[in-house]
Design a protein around this ligand. Structure first.
Ligand code: FAD
Length: 394
């Protein structure tokens, strides 16, 4: 009998999980036929069918990327792998993980992978939903931000982030917001309007006076550093400080700390102190049989404090989870761990930095590339093109 596997979500974590779970060293066209002739697994993905390549969203600011260029209809990719797709939204997981409840139905499984991505702690600062935009909200929200930006001929723009560090690692988006601030500087200069705008970078998670390569790049661009600052509330036309002072802002681009989506709380899934799905070092959801999770919805066991939520980390975690699920389905114990690695190219359009840290101190790509060079932008674009080509055609 085929084992029924359900995968929740069609983002980075789920697609990397599938890639590792079904690893076949042959051409896709053969794999297509082979998987229909013989497969030990009956795999179902539940999601919205649209994959979003989030790392390219900051480039909406320069006009180099758009909703169409970063979105992929993932259903053909799943079909080529003989994976059933259900266009629905999961609202609960019950019976120790064996039942997945969606808005329209319920599905049983022998093993479950959860890759539903993040929710944001937008209640931490009142007014976040009403008065700020975020690149993490996806292409439509970023387009709304761009419409507002393009209407302005002068003004004050605040770019900021808040991190959730309650689970001992960096659940939030810092690098992406630095990138947005630098790209705003670039694009306003290109429009000949830079002198008519103030750009501020704020976060209570950066110590006032902090130095380093990123700070140097922000200062080179005349970006005002409000390190250590957090508003008491976002309000119409700006922000209110804790002492009641009003700060004017024409636009705020802000991203809140990350936690697991709300429906997780209505499930049998354990939730960590920081609000993530609680998993062990094998990617297993704690206390449940044959249930795994990876990506932005889940925490880590004993993480180094610098590790962030990233597509790259989602890849490392999902690959380990896929190997462990295969072992568990064969009645064996999971044995695959994953490395912790922060790896991210900060694209400033006229310059780029490779931000990197690894638990085993391995450099990225055997140190073949410089850590600070505008040429890294081409490399970042190459990674993106290759991945999107793979999703669209292979
Ligand atoms: C602006 C921006 C720039 C970034 N830049 C980088 C970068 O340069 N490098 C890097 O490594 N990372 C980057 N990241 C982070 C990276 O995009 C995330 O870490 C990654 O997307 C996490 O993958 P995930 O699968 O956990 O979540 P997602 O990619 O968000 O996927 C979640 C999936 O679950 C689905 N889903 C959600 N809820 C449900 C539900 N209830 N039922 C069914 N399906 C559901 C969603 O539709 C989606 O398909 C960036 C993120 C942003 C926002």
């Amino acid at each position: 009998m085929k084992r029924r596997i359900i995968i929740i979500g069609n983002g980075f974590a789920s697609l990397f999980f599938i890639g590792a779970f079904l690893a076949l060293p042959i051409m896709p066209i053969f794999a297509f036929f082979l998987r229909r002739l013989y497969s030990r697994y009956d795999i179902t993905v539940i999601g919205n069918g649209r994959f979003v390549y989030f790392p390219a969203i900051p480039e909406f600011i320069t006009g180099k990327k758009s909703k169409d260029s970063v979105t992929v209809d993932i259903r053909p990719w799943l079909w080529r792998r003989n994976i059933r797709f259900i266009d629905d939204r999961v609202i609960s997981v019950r019976d120790g993980g064996r039942t997945v409840v969606t808005t329209k139905s319920r599905y049983g499984n022998d093993a479950l992978f959860i890759g539903t991505g993040p929710a944001f702690r937008t209640d931490d600062i009142p007014g976040t939903r009403e008065h700020t935009f975020s690149p993490c909200g996806g292409p439509d929200e970023m387009n709304r931000f761009m419409d507002r930006l393009n209407d302005l001929q002068q003004g004050i723009i605040y770019v900021g982030f808040k991190l959730n560090k309650r689970d001992g690692f960096v659940a939030g988006r810092a690098g992406q917001m630095y990138e947005c601030a630098c790209l705003l500087d670039y694009s306003l200069k290109k429009r000949g309007l830079r002198d008519d705008f103030e750009i501020h970078l704020f976060s209570a998670d950066i110590a006032p006076g902090e130095t380093g390569a990123v700070t140097d790049r922000l200062q080179e661009r005349g970006i005002i550093l409000d390190y250590g600052y957090e508003p008491a509330a976002f309000v119409d036309g700006g922000m209110r400080d804790t002492d009641g002072t009003f700060r004017a802002a024409d636009l705020v681009l802000f991203t809140a700390g990350i936690r697991a989506p709300d429906w997780v709380e209505q499930s049998c899934l354990p939730v960590s102190g920081g609000g993530h799905i609680d998993v062990d070092k094998f990617g297993r959801v704690k206390g449940l049989e044959r249930v795994f999770a990876a990506g932005d919805c889940s925490n880590h066991e004993n993480p180094p404090p610098w590790v962030p939520h990233q597509a790259h980390m989602a890849q490392l975690r999902s690959e380990a989870a896929a190997k462990n699920m295969r072992l568990v389905l064969k009645g064996r114990q999971p044995s695959h761990h994953y490395r912790f690695e922060l790896s991210c190219i900060l694209n400033m359009e006229n310059d780029a930095l490779w931000l990197h840290a690894a638990s085993d101190n391995k450099p990225p790509f055997w140190n073949l590339f410089p850590r600070h060079s505008p040429k890294l932008i081409g490399l970042k674009n190459l990674f993106e093109r290759l991945y999107l080509f793979y999703l669209r055609h292979l």
